[in-house]
Design a protein around this ligand. Structure first.
Ligand SMILES: C[S@@+](CC[C@H](N)C(=O)[O-])C[C@H]1O[C@@H](n2cnc3c(N)ncnc32)[C@H](O)[C@@H]1O
Length: 236
């Protein structure tokens, strides 16, 4: 009998990866500075992708996106850190506090059959920010998960929270947040329930540490805001 709340634990550099259900693992994870995550949205993304005639790749389908995580799990995740960035926040708006700050990933393509943008809810205030990274570039980068985020998008998320040293992703999928942390010199804790995706995450994070051109993103603080105006001028 396994008394541990996880099936496997891998430590790779400053990254600790758990194979298991984050609902059971979250209580044993200590304090983190920030959560950056991309939970299942409950829109059957894996199956939809696999049923498309024009699919580029068969990711193996799966049921993991049939339902969104429970309100209790979303609440536990939001309480885990001061700074939380939750992709797909528009699917959880009934559970999240209103927020001034959202992040927008603009996929550089309008009126396509899939969404033009993806939205991340932030637990902290600040101006809404947008990154443009094309859908086709994201596919060319080499997707191994049906809803894999580009590393550049996750590195940009890290740049929003320059002071956070330990980052948690309880739904790490193929480990993109971990790759961005490895490249950006942040510590990372990741959890994934699917053994196949867990293996992919371990492999990608190992390769990120092995890359000779590994870079540490310079933290870029937000401009100071006073009475709704930035000190550099312009609206907050
Ligand atoms: C939207 S995907 C994340 C994709 C990731 N951002 C990437 O770039 O690869 C969500 C992931 O959460 C995993 N998952 C679902 N429920 C989970 C749970 N209770 N605990 C841990 N992982 C879970 C799924 O297997 C899936 O890989």
């Amino acid at each position: 009998m396994n008394a541990l709340p996880y099936c496997r634990k891998e430590v790779i550099g400053d990254c600790t990866l758990y194979l298991g259900d984050c609902m059971e693992i979250l209580p044993v994870i200590g304090k983190v500075d920030a959560v950056i995550t991309d939970p299942p949205y409950g829109i059957n993304a894996a199956r939809a992708r696999n049923s498309q005639k024009w699919r580029w790749k068969d990711y193996g389908g799966g049921e993991w996106d049939r339902e969104r995580p429970s309100p209790e799990l979303i609440k536990a995740i939001v309480l885990k850190a001061r700074d939380v960035i939750l992709w797909g926040g528009n699917y959880f708006s009934d559970l999240l506090q209103p927020s001034q700050k959202w992040l927008v990933w603009d996929k550089g393509q309008t009126d396509f059959s899939l969404a033009d943008c993806e939205l991340a809810w932030c637990s902290f205030d600040g101006a809404i920010r947008r990154i443009e990274y094309s859908r086709s570039k994201a596919i060319q980068d080499g997707k191994q998960h049906p809803t894999q985020k580009p590393v550049e998008v996750m590195s940009w998320c890290l740049a929003q929270i320059p002071k956070a040293k330990i980052i948690l992703d309880p739904f790490m999928g193929s480990g993109t947040t971990g790759v961005a942390c490895a490249r950006g010199g942040r510590a990372f804790i990741g959890v994934e329930i699917d053994p196949g995706y867990f293996e992919i995450a371990c492999d990608r994070i190992r390769k990120a540490y092995a890359q000779p051109d590994m870079f540490v993103a310079a933290p870029k603080p937000e401009p100071e805001v006073q009475f709704g105006l930035t000190l550099e001028g312009g609206d907050a």
